[in-house]
Design a protein around this ligand. Structure first.
Ligand code: GLC
Length: 438
């Protein structure tokens, strides 16, 4: 067996180990459920050797769809601890599905991408019937994103928890919560340094070194934000009426803009019309993404939904409009320049989740520094679509090199390429397969 097929075989082995029958967990032990964008990336890798398995991964996600159209960011296991007794209690909301325990929030809508990538591996008649099967659910999901998450009809959708961005402790969110929304009890714990007493009770830091996870204050912030949403039964009207904390995340919105383009392609392939209102909204989103551009620094930023203030922290979100694919070539070029700059997004092992020269930057600090394979994959795809072939190729090679020498880890130190986080991480394995074949 040559070196590259051996690498792919090892990646498949990781996915097999994490396979739970109808879905694949992100990593055994640490992440024992199904996650929305993880499964999409997993399917993008799996399609190369088992299309049916890739389809099942997506269909299982659709089983969690809420009556209002939301695709939840997690579908939980059914066992005693992981199921009904989970922190979510999503059945408090009448839209939650029967017989499936889910979270009450969503995650970046990569699902249209996964559907199209799976379709690309099929002959036209099968592709059509695959698209037909999933099309109604995708339309309902995109419509839900507009109806619930764009209440002012601005074209940008808002997120209500950092988990929805998939970039849990990303600096703009952490700093917004700190400034506007930190519960008193967390404030007290932070000021009195009581978090050192809580850290030993965390499940994740038993498995991994503490500096590779969120710090305890950040973990408490995520937890307390989730509790607040639960107290409002995940009802968006109540959430927005009482807590004025919501962000139009640039990364989430970039993924959504791309997903809209792909949904239009799906509709065209099966000769179905998309609802006129949805098409109008899609158009508005492409224009609205440009409102996140800040000309003085030449970067895209997330925005506070209420104040419309741009949250000027240079993070991986800054580059994500490349993936959206609707920005001008001129702006794409500016983003690429940042990728070439070693003090920003171009250290030895890119792409860092937070710019190297940011005060937040920590090389193994989860979404505050490490390079992640899924965001690299999205950026590579964007670079290709803007014809930055050399950059795309270079980023693909460095990504594969990190994985080949370090293993299928959750993320990597962008300065040294050293692996960190959970070993045998599913999307790293799946996207390694996809990148090896692209
Ligand atoms: C963490 C990551 C998120 C991922 C999840 C499961 O919460 O931040 O992006 O989906 O783990 O892997």
């Amino acid at each position: 067996m040559d070196e590259s097929s051996d690498f792919v075989e090892r990646a498949k082995q990781v996915l097999l180990t994490n396979d739970r029958g109808t879905f694949t967990v992100p990593a055994a032990g640490l992440y024992p459920h199904q996650w929305l964008w993880d499964s999409c990336f997993i399917a993008i890798g799996t399609r190369h050797y088992n299309i049916e398995k890739a389809q099942t991964e997506i269909e299982r996600l659709l089983k969690g769809q809420w009556a209002n159209g939301m695709l939840p960011h997690m579908i939980l296991g059914t066992s005693h601890i992981t199921g009904r007794n989970s922190i979510w209690r999503s059945w408090l909301n009448p839209n939650s599905p029967d017989g499936v325990v889910t979270s009450g929030i969503t995650q970046p809508p990569v699902i249209a991408e996964a559907v199209v990538r799976i379709g690309a591996k099929m002959k036209i008649p099968e592709r059509r019937s695959w698209y037909q099967t999933v099309f109604p659910a995708l339309v309902r999901y995109h419509e839900w994103l507009y109806s619930e998450r764009d209440p002012h009809k601005e074209g940008l959708v808002l997120q209500i928890h950092p988990w929805e961005t998939g970039l849990d402790n990303t600096p703009p969110w952490m700093s917004e919560i700190h400034q506007h929304s930190l519960p008193l009890w967390i404030n007290i714990i932070e000021k009195t340094h009581l978090d050192v007493l809580i850290t030993p009770f965390r499940r994740d830091t038993h498995r991994l070194p503490a500096e590779q996870r969120l710090n305890t204050i950040e973990a408490l912030v995520l937890y307390s934000t989730q509790r607040r949403l639960r107290r409002k039964n995940y009802d968006i009207n109540r959430i927005l009426a009482h807590s004025l904390f919501a962000i139009e995340d640039v990364s989430f919105n970039s993924v959504f803009v791309r997903a809209n383009t792909l949904l239009r392609e799906i509709a065209k392939t099966i000769r179905k019309d998309l609802p006129a209102e949805l098409l109008d909204n899609m158009k508005k989103s492409e224009e609205a993404l440009e409102q996140l551009w800040y000309p003085y620094s030449g970067q895209y930023y997330s925005r506070n939904f209420v104040t419309h203030k741009l949250l000027k922290e240079p993070t991986i979100g800054t580059l994500m409009p490349l993936y959206a694919g609707t920005i001008t070539h001129e702006r794409a070029k500016k983003l690429v320049t940042m990728l070439e700059n070693e003090n920003l997004f171009g250290p030895n092992y890119p792409v860092p989740s937070t710019a190297v020269n940011s005060a937040w930057f920590k090389p193994t600090g989860y979404w505050q520094g490490p390079s992640w394979v899924n965001t690299n994959w999205l950026i590579i795809d964007g670079l290709r679509r803007y014809n930055f072939e050399d950059h795309a190729e270079a980023l693909k090679e460095t990504t594969l090199e990190m994985i080949r020498s370090g293993g299928f880890y959750e993320y990597f130190n962008p300065l040294t390429g050293q692996p960190a986080g959970a070993p045998d991480f599913s999307w790293t394995a799946a996207l390694a397969i996809d990148l090896s074949k692209s």
